[in-house]
Design a protein around this ligand. Structure first.
Ligand code: MG
Length: 228
């Protein structure tokens, strides 16, 4: 299987959004925003215990085009670390605690860049972890940079391949002008404000996982940004 056009479409969308942002915001304001974001990230990092797992082989494969078998092995290696830890954490739920896991969508819960079909297949190692969690009372939330216009098809796709969706967060029009990490962090804050404890945040891009508001993070491979 080879990677499809989804990556290129996403990349073009990102470039277009960045271009519009650059036009809309004066240079001085951009610098101020970037500094503020960095300061906030530093503060969060110092106050939040984040266990990040990565795969050593991920960087080794980064140079070339990633094949499906390698990607699946690398995803499985990360989930092999996640599952036993999450089993312990789920078993140790406090009375009344509402546990949640937050997932990215593209190349995390779905095989977005490998083959191009609809519905897109589930990323099997991640689905296995998700199913354990949902079968043990954990609510699953999906936070994606996908635009709101494809919210319906994304929701259908996730449910069709086996995920129990407690909430799907897509980017509204104004969110397209925000930094992706800032947008995603805000959605986790919104989930927490509903009374959930986010026991894990699972994604394949750094922007899925920075910003805190999760007890642990699990980083799937993106091969230096080759996978959206
Ligand atoms: Mg992704």
């Amino acid at each position: 299987m080879t990677r499809g056009t989804w990556t290129r479409r996403t990349a073009l969308t990102a470039v277009a959004a960045a271009a519009v942002t650059a036009l809309a915001v004066p240079a001085g304001a951009q610098a101020a925003t970037a500094t503020g974001t960095a300061a906030a990230s530093t503060a969060t990092a110092s106050t939040t215990a984040v266990a990040t797992s990565t795969v050593a082989s991920a960087s080794a494969a980064a140079a070339g085009d990633v094949d499906y078998t390698t990607w699946q092995q690398d995803c499985q290696a990360v989930m092999n670390q996640a599952l036993p830890a999450l089993k312990q954490r789920i078993a140790a739920a406090k009375p009344g605690e509402k546990q949640a896991i937050v997932f990215d969508v593209d190349n995390t819960t779905l095989e977005s860049d490998f083959g191009f079909s609809y519905p897109q297949p589930a990323n099997k190692p991640v689905l296995e972890v998700a199913k354990y969690a949902q079968d043990h009372g954990v609510s699953l939330f999906f936070v994606t940079a996908r635009p709101g216009i494809i919210s319906g098809v994304t929701d259908y796709n996730l449910k069709n391949v086996g995920y129990k969706v407690s909430g799907l967060y897509v980017r509204g029009f104004l969110d397209l002008f925000k930094d992706v990490a800032v947008y995603k962090t805000a959605q986790r804050v919104a989930i927490e404000s509903k009374g959930y404890t986010i026991i894990a945040n699972i994604g394949n891009s750094a922007t899925d996982l920075s910003g805190g508001h999760a007890e642990t993070t699990y980083k799937l491979p993106d091969y230096d940004g080759q996978l959206s």
